[in-house]
Ligand binder design. Structure first.
Ligand code: ASP
Ligand code: MG
Length: 414
């Protein structure tokens, strides 16, 4: 079975939803499929805003929710005939009413817990997936909508819950055994804890939902439908002659994602990677484009460099001094100090002489890093064993990514 995931821009308007329906129709011809949907683009942000405004005690949430409702109702009006519209319009109206009540509660107690926020956010994915399901049915494509909260079990870390894979995989498998539907529709992003409370899987979590389902049922492929035609060999904003990458390995894709090309987010695809299920990145607005196929090993003989990518606003920290040569523990203390200050390290080098250690961090953490490290090594600096931390900002990291580079010499020289 194929699992297809459509992001927020793919369900952003009635026009794009029609494209989604066409894609599902075409996929269905070859056999049953599962579809995971995000909220309409911008909805999650608006719902957060609504909750926050209620928490501040103002009634701005009323307008925000009414805009959200209006947008969904307009989309429905554009998608359905009068006869087919009734049930789904009704559902959206009831849902918006419920949201208003929830936010009113938040406004009264002036408190928005992450638990309540998760409940508020769940409406985005639920409504969008219900609309797609209803549209498929209206177009004669039989399908079954299933609330992902009944399948994906997590802990109670609201906002960024951790999945209980044993329970989740069992529930997903049971669902597919019990259901004979040809098209399965699931809202992305949402899950529930053991007490039945709604949880969410972190921003952008619909990819994760799709990967979890694909892995649980050993899907043939996970298709991520988005608004670009896959991964590019470099950032088109900086490089003129970029090419689309047609095949890539997971590891190369992760390197490219890490260094800028955010088509996939590595932690979310981990479940399918672990099973070797291929991921196909496709463009909803250009479905004929072959997209990018991400696999454990890429079959085709390939070019040496798969892509070039970069991150900017980088600060390089260097810890130097003859006093740390041959003495264990300096790097541990350096990284401890950074980690205590919640500073993420992007790149690490140490010279073989052990006379210097360099790490790259984001520019915005430069001052905190300087303070944290100089404080940690106060004594060593005072007695001249090492120098105060060197800090240089405004760098970029440029990365050449390609599995085949390791069998070849001269790439970096070139
Ligand atoms: N709607 C959620 C978000 O905006 C999840 C997703 O789109 O994947 O983060
Ligand atoms: Mg999204």
């Amino acid at each position: 079975m194929k699992v297809l995931k459509f992001g927020g821009s793919s369900v952003g308007s009635s026009e794009t939803i029609k494209q989604v329906v066409d894609i599902i129709r075409t996929t269905r011809v070859d056999g049953p499929c599962s579809v995971v949907l995000s909220a309409m683009q911008g909805t999650t942000d608006s719902l957060i805003e609504a909750g926050r405004s209620a928490e501040r005690g103002d009634d701005g949430y009323i307008e925000i929710l009414s805009n959200i409702g209006e947008r969904h109702v307009t989309t429905i009006r554009e998608l359905f005939n009068d006869g087919d519209r009734f049930a789904i319009s009704d559902f959206v109206e009831t849902t918006v009413k419920e949201l208003e009540n929830l936010c009113e509660g938040v406004r009264l107690i002036r408190e928005l817990s992450s638990k309540t926020l998760d409940r508020i956010l769940s409406f985005g994915e639920i409504v969008a997936s219900k609309i797609v399901s209803a549209k498929l049915a209206a177009d004669g494509i039989e399908n079954e909508w299933k609330d992902s909260r009944l399948l994906i079990r997590t802990d109670s870390t609201h906002g960024f819950a951790t999945v209980d894979f044993v329970e989740t995989n069992k529930r997903i498998k049971d669902h597919f055994v019990a259901s004979s539907a040809g098209v399965h529709i699931f809202p992305g992003f949402i899950s529930s804890d053991s007490a039945g409370y709604t949880t969410t899987l972190g921003r952008g979590g619909s990819d994760y939902t799709a990967a979890i389902i694909a892995a649980a049922i050993d899907a043939d492929v996970l298709e991520i439908w988005t608004d670009v035609s896959g991964m590019m060999s470099a950032d088109p904003r900086f490089v003129r002659n970029v090419r689309q990458i047609s095949n890539i390995t997971y590891r190369e894709a992760m390197e490219l994602s890490h260094f800028g090309a955010k088509v996939i987010y590595p932690p979310t695809i981990q479940p399918v990677m672990a099973k070797g299920i291929p991921i196909l990145v496709k463009n909803t607005f250009e479905p004929e484009n072959h997209g990018t196929l991400i696999e454990s090993e890429s079959a085709a003989k390939t070019e040496m460099i798969r892509g070039i990518t970069s991150i900017d606003k980088i600060t390089v920290l260097s810890l130097e001094g003859s006093g740390m040569v041959g003495i264990p523990g300096f790097s541990k203390r350096l990284f401890d100090a950074l980690s205590r200050a919640s500073i993420n390290v992007i790149l690490i080098t140490q010279s073989s002489s052990e006379h210097s250690i360099c790490v790259a961090i984001e520019d915005k953490h430069a001052n905190e890093a300087k303070q944290a490290v100089d404080r940690e090594f106060e004594y060593e600096i005072a007695v001249g064993r090492i120098d105060p931390l060197g800090v240089e900002n405004g760098f970029s990291i440029l990365a050449l990514v390609g599995h085949n580079m390791k069998e070849h010499t001269g790439v970096s020289g070139k």
